[in-house]
Every structure is written in C-alpha cells, then in structure tokens.
Ligand binder design. Structure first.
Ligand code: SAM
Length: 250
C-alpha cells in the first residue's frame, strides 16, 4: 500500500464505529438511495437509472448502505472497501436487511477483479475522495464493460479551495492554490482533488465520456449530521459537492 492508503485505512478503522453511530440515521432517511451530505434522493437526481439485473461495484462502500438498497432493487452489487471495520458494519447491515452480496477488502487503486466485470462503478464520497484519481479512474474504466456507467459524488474543487487545511469548515475566501490541486492532507487523512480541466483530460484519456456534472444544492432548511448550519448555508451559495456521470465508450 502507498502511504495515503495506509493512513486512510488506519483512520477509517479507528473512526468507523463513531462514524456509523453519528451518521446511520442520516444515511437511512431515503433507505440508502440518496446522495451526499444532505441525502438528496436518487429518484430526484436519477444518476444511476434502472439498476435491476446490473452488476454494480461500489467503490469505497463503507457500511454499504447504497449496495444494500441496490440489492433490494434487484441489482447484483459488490462492495469494495479498504477498511475492514467498515466492512464489518456492511456485513451487519446486510444481515439486518436479509440480502447477500460479495464484499471485497481492497483498495480501489488496485482491484483484484477481472476487466469488464461491471455495468456500473459508483461511489458516494467513497474511494474517489480518498484514493489517487490517477489510479482509480483507470481502474474504474478497466472494470467497466463497454457502455458502462461510472458515477461518483465527491466534494467540489470549489469547496476544497475555500477550506483551510485543519479547519472545521470552508470559508468565503479562496485559500488553496487551484493550479497543482492534487493531494490534500491533514493530521487524520489524505484526500484528493484535481482542477476541472485535469479531471476532464483524465476521463478522456481513459475512454470515458462526460454525460453530466451535477452540482447538488441542498434544499432550504436541509439538515445534516455531516455539516452545521453555517456549512449548509455555504452550500446554498456555492456547490459543495460534484457528481460526475461518465460513460465508457464502446
Ligand atoms: C464516507 S465513506 C463512503 C461510504 C458511504 N457512501 C458513506 O457515505 O458512508 C468513505 C469510505 O471510503 C473508504 N476508502 C478510503 N480509501 C479507500 C481506497 N483507497 N479504496 C477503497 N475504499 C477506500 C473508507 O474506508 C470509507 O469506508
């Protein structure tokens, strides 16, 4: 493992129990089928579309709230995560929901599965936040069948530019350099971000066509266990999250 993978794995193993206790209710408000820190329903954003009968890889699944919900809709999900404690929570939620699907303990930067195994690769603040995009984007493209969908939600570049490292929330000033945006590290974890043009060139270099860049805006009065009122007011003014919707050519 590279150093950021080891650091993030240790951080997620240590925080997993508290994280699930803090956010379980938020992640359940639309039965697991909702995006981001304010859980905007998939029925509203329609990112994944019809999932019945599809092979779907959740790229950094955590406790697999999404994959459990997709299994109930007739999809064939596989949950992948680097944290063994997060996968233990996934096993618990699968048993509670009486669904069964494979869980893989691995990094999204080197997935131990054959090429062209999936119709959909996706995550909601999963590996596409915490793993190196120069490794994950080629992996997602390799794992998809021709015509497959790669969709992921992560914090926006604009949010990262306004978020001083180590602070609780973003402010209303640009504090990070845009050029060179890549690896962002604080005491606890490492995350990754790229300038918009760099994301686009990386997708194109891996045979991925951009279908949409959704910038979800929380509804007025939204609440979240992930954000306080000040941070939610920020995300009413500027896009705090980005959902890329990409199609593998072929
Ligand atoms: C915020 S959770 C996402 C899961 C779920 N959607 C949620 O919101 O709770 C982030 C997950 O990414 C996982 N992760 C971090 N780096 C990873 C990597 N390189 N490969 C796979 N998973 C990774 C963490 O272990 C964690 O479970």
């Amino acid at each position: 493992m590279r150093d950021h993978e080891a650091k993030n794995q240790a951080a997620w193993n240590a925080d997993s129990d508290d994280y699930q206790a803090r956010h379980a209710a938020q992640l359940a408000i639309h039965g697991g089928l909702a995006w981001g820190v304010t859980q905007i329903p998939e029925t509203e954003l329609n990112v994944l579309g019809d999932v019945a009968g599809k092979d779907i890889l959740e790229f950094g699944c955590g406790a697999a709230q999404w994959s459990v919900a997709l299994a109930k809709l007739g999809a064939r999900p596989v949950g992948l995560d680097l944290s063994e404690r997060q996968l233990e929570h996934a096993r618990r939620l699968m048993a509670e929901a009486d669904v069964d699907f494979p869980l893989i303990h691995a990094s999204a930067e080197a997935v131990p599965l054959p090429d062209a195994s999936f119709d959909v690769v996706f995550c909601d603040h999963g590996a596409m936040t915490f793993a190196d995009p120069y490794r994950t984007v080629p992996e997602a493209a390799r794992l998809l069948r021709p015509g497959g969908l790669f969709a992921f939600n992560h914090g926006s570049a604009i949010l990262d530019l306004c978020w001083p490292v180590g602070e609780e929330r973003a402010g209303d000033r640009l504090v990070m350099d845009y050029f060179g945006l890549y690896r962002i590290e604080d005491d606890d974890e490492v995350s990754f971000q790229l300038p918009y043009g760099e994301w686009i060139r990386l997708f194109r270099a891996n045979g991925l066509t951009i279908e949409d860049l959704i910038e979800p805006r929380p509804p007025e009065g939204a609440t979240s266990t992930y954000r306080d009122a000040e941070a939610l007011a920020w995300s009413r003014r500027w896009p705090a999250e980005s959902i890329w919707r990409l199609r593998k050519s072929g």
